[in-house]
Write a protein that binds this ligand. Structure first.
Ligand SMILES: Nc1nc2c(ncn2[C@@H]2O[C@H](COP(=O)(O)OP(=O)(O)OP(=O)(O)O)[C@@H](O)[C@H]2O)c(=O)[nH]1
Ligand SMILES: Nc1nc2c(ncn2[C@@H]2O[C@H](COP(=O)(O)OP(=O)(O)OP(=O)(O)O)[C@@H](O)[C@H]2O)c(=O)[nH]1
Length: 440
């Protein structure tokens, strides 16, 4: 599993700025996609060919919580439990505060590498002021300016030296890896047990790598599948509070390792905020997605109830119009037998390749029917499209204005591809590239 680096610190010290700096990407353009977190707080980053997961814990703060210390404790606890390495961000311009000291105290007890990062050191003047932070009693401070990209290279050089090495992939290509995700109590464990009970479990759960992930292999119609992190799902003795706090993170980790994600909803509750969050991550991670509406047995049904639920899902998850929806009861077994067949269909599309000539036929027709809007008074021209990868299907489109293509036009192109090719259940990834190597 890829190691996790957590960024902690009180509000406004520059966590998100540092996060964006390290991710090296513009902020995700997701404004017009309800349900997808606006500022993403979770990203996969590769440095010196080594991938890791970067988490900005600021994003985990409940919006209504006004208690600073409480928030920081939660962030730090999260970081201590889940991360492999912690970046504590301090603010050179505001100096050391009691809240900082409180977190430092907590982190002192952690048996993981902690880097003390003094941010907003934009110039030499702040460099001197930053020295005050040594009063917290650490050997090494890293002075940086996240905004102006100062000191970041030195910091990351040292971080990469102590970051645990990825303990290895388990990505046999013929196996479909399935993650079952959803907020607490929607019926994940019941569903997992149902799937495994149905199908013959061919191997005992094997203890995974660094964080006790237990994946379970099983066969269905002689085809191999892996259910990811069944331990996380079945884990007993979690306190209620912990379940509430960490389930999104559990989901993230499973999604990260999956091909196809079963997003479990509960028919009893309808769609909730937390469902949106989880589904948003599955989408952003570019995994195959299937909505599984569980507890269908609990509804008083009339003819329109399924249609209404479909509507609610489509309205709440506008960015996932391509994800199939299944209505099941994990408890009674109703329609659970259809899940794996649906997974197969999605996996096929997720791994699908179209030929360059087919692709360009569809692409040029789409462009002809609906021109791209002008970019700063300049015509946007396209040259050529090619598929560069699968899982999910990824395309590069060559254009004279790679930075001038609006998200709505990108979406139009994706929809044209879907209309022509299907790609049911899988996100698509488009990249625009200029002939002069400019890229977005
Ligand atoms: N001068 C200076 N300002 C910075 C630097 N890094 C961040 N800032 C500013 O500090 C403010 C807070 O930055 P954020 O990245 O939003 O801080 P945060 O810790 O993520 O804040 P929360 O989201 O509230 O937790 C913004 O106005 C940034 O522009 C820096 O290196 N130098
Ligand atoms: N009526 C009904 N109840 C169900 C169904 N599936 C699960 N349940 C019940 O819902 C409750 C929660 O089920 P779990 O499988 O433990 O849910 P979970 O999502 O794994 O929960 P966490 O471990 O808290 O994340 C249990 O009481 C189940 O018996 C279903 O299809 N119908």
């Amino acid at each position: 599993m890829k190691p996790i680096i957590a960024i902690v610190g009180r509000p406004n010290v520059g966590k998100s700025t540092l996060f964006n700096r390290l991710v090296g990407r513009r902020k995700a353009m997701v404004d017009d996609m309800p349900g997808v977190t606006r500022d993403r707080n979770y990203a996969e980053v590769t440095r010196f060919d080594r991938p890791f997961i970067l988490v900005d814990t600021g994003g985990f703060e409940p919006e209504t919580n006004d208690r600073l210390l409480q928030q920081m404790r939660e962030q730090s606890r999260f970081a201590m439990d889940e991360a492999d390495l912690i970046l504590l961000v301090l603010d050179a311009r505001s100096g050391l505060t009691p809240a900082d000291e409180d977190v430092v105290e907590m982190l002192r007890r952690v048996d993981k590498p902690v880097f003390f990062v003094v941010n907003k050191v934009d110039g030499d003047r702040q460099e001197n002021a930053a020295g005050d932070f040594y009063s917290i009693g650490v050997d090494r401070l890293y002075t940086v300016s996240a905004e102006h990209n100062r000191g970041i290279g030195d910091l990351m050089d040292d971080v990469m030296e102590v970051l645990p090495v990825d303990a290895g992939k388990d990505e046999a290509s013929d196996v479909t890896r399935i993650a079952v995700v959803g907020r607490p109590n929607v019926g994940k464990s019941t569903l997992v047990n149902r799937l495994l009970g149905y199908e013959r479990v061919v191997a005992n759960p094997t203890a995974g790598t660094t964080r006790d992930a237990v994946d379970t292999r099983f066969l269905c119609n002689k085809k191999p599948y892996v259910l990811i992190d069944t331990a996380g799902i079945r884990r007993k003795g979690k306190t209620v509070e912990k379940v509430e706090k960490y389930s999104v993170m559990d989901a993230l980790r499973s999604i990260e390792r999956a091909d196809v994600v079963l997003i479990v909803l509960s028919a009893e509750d309808g769609v909730t905020e937390q469902d949106s969050k989880i589904a948003g991550y599955a989408y952003e991670a570019g995994r195959g997605c299937i909505f599984v509406v569980n507890k269908w047995d609990t509804l008083e049904k009339d003819n329109s109830s399924m249609g209404k639920f479909v509507e609610e899902i489509r309205r709440s998850f506008k960015y996932l119009p391509f994800a199939p929806i299944l209505f099941i009861s994990a408890k009674t077994g109703q329609r659970t037998g259809k899940i794996i067949a649906e997974v197969d269909l999605v996996m096929e599309q997720f791994s699908r390749r179209v030929t360059t000539s087919e692709l360009n036929r569809v692409f040029s027709k789409a462009v002809e029917e609906h021109h791209a809007p002008m970019d700063g008074g300049r015509r946007v021209k396209f040259y050529f499209a090619t598929q560069v990868g699968t899982k999910p299907p990824s395309f590069v489109i060559f254009t004279n204005r790679p930075e001038g293509i609006h998200f709505s036009y990108e979406r139009y192109l994706m929809n044209s591809f879907r209309e022509a090719f299907g790609f049911n259940g899988t996100p698509l990834h488009l990249m625009f590239r200029g002939r002069d190597r400019k890229e977005r």
